[in-house]
Design a protein around this ligand. Sequence first.
Ligand SMILES: C[S@@+](CC[C@H](N)C(=O)[O-])C[C@H]1O[C@@H](n2cnc3c(N)ncnc32)[C@H](O)[C@@H]1O
Length: 338
Amino acid sequence: MPTPTTLAVQIAPQRSTQYADLVGDLAVAEISASPLRHRASGFALRDIAGQTYVTFALSEGPLSGADGALLASLATLGNAFELFEALGGVEGPLLRPVPVSYPHLLSPDIAAVRRYKGKTSELFTLFMCNVAKFASAFAEAPWRDLRVFDPLSGGGTTPFTALSLGAHAAGVERERGDAESTAMFLAQYCREARVSVGVREEKLRPLAAHRWRLRVGREKEDPRACLIAAGDSALSRDLLAGFGRPHLVVTDLPYGIQHDAPLAELLSRCLPAWAGMMEPGGALAFSWDSTRAGRDEMAALVEDLSPLRVVRDAPYGDLAHRVDRVIKRRDVIVARAG
Ligand SMILES: C[S@@+](CC[C@H](N)C(=O)[O-])C[C@H]1O[C@@H](n2cnc3c(N)ncnc32)[C@H](O)[C@@H]1O
C-alpha cells in the first residue's frame, strides 16, 4: 500500500495585507472543494518559519502531473512541498519542493494588468471560477472543454481569467464603452503576446445592442471563442446567440459604490435568463456585498427565481470574507443547474 504523503502548499504571497487576509480566509475552502478532496484529508492552516501553508495528507501520494496542474490553477495557493517532521535524524519541519505548473493559454497577467475603478480582484475571480467548476458536473473536465460566462462583466476580469485557463469565454456588460474597451484590450494583448487573434464587430439591431466576437489562437489549433456583448443582462440569451450554453456562470454583483442597483431587482430580471441558458450539470457562482443582503435571503431568492439549487455543503456554505474598509463583508453563493 502506498504511504500517505503530507503536503504543505504555500498561501499565495500577497503584497497587500488586504489580499493576504482574503487568501488566508479562502485557501482551505478552495483546495478542499477541489477534486483532490477525494484523496486528501486533514486540511489545516499552519505557520512554518513565518509563512502560512495549507497542509494535508494525500492518501495516494506522491502528486501526479495532473495534481500539480490543479494546484497551480488554484487562486489562493502557490508553491507546493512535501512536508517532513524529521528526516534522517534531522529535526523538521523540512520541505521538499514538488513541481506544479499550469499550461496557460494566455498569461494570467491579462486579468491583472488592466486597472480601473470597480474591478473585481483577479485572484478572487479565479477563486470563483474554480469553486463553480468544482461544484459542477465538470469538476474534472479540462478547462478547454468548458464555456464560462460573466453576465455582468465590467472590464472583463472573468472572461480574461477563463481564457487564460484555456476555456471559451463570454461577457455581457450594459456599459457599451466598457464592453468595447474589453474586446479591444483583449485583441491588443493577444497581438503583443504574439497570439493569433481575430475580431468581428456585430450590431444586433432588434436588441439595440453590439457585440464583439474574438477568435483567440490559430484556426488549425482549436482556437478559443471570446464573445463580449454590450447590452442588458436580462437579454443574455439573445446577446450570446451562437456561443453555446455556458457550463459555468461566474459574476460579481454590483456593489452600489461604483454601480447602484438593488440586487433583488437585478436578480429578478436576470437570473431566470442566466439559469435558462446553462448547460445541464453546470454551476453558477456569484459574489455580493453581504452587509446589504444576508446569505439566507440570497439563497432563497436564487431558488425562488430559478431551478438552480444552492450548494450548502462544506465548504460552500462558509465562503464569506472581509474585503476592505468599504466592502466589509462579501459572500459567495454557488448553485447547480439540474
Ligand atoms: C461589480 S461590477 C463587475 C466588475 C467586473 N467583474 C470586473 O472585474 O470588471 C458589476 C457590473 O455589472 C454591470 N451591470 C449592472 N447591471 C447590469 C445589467 N442589467 N446588464 C448588464 N450589466 C450590468 C455594471 O455596469 C458593472 O460593470
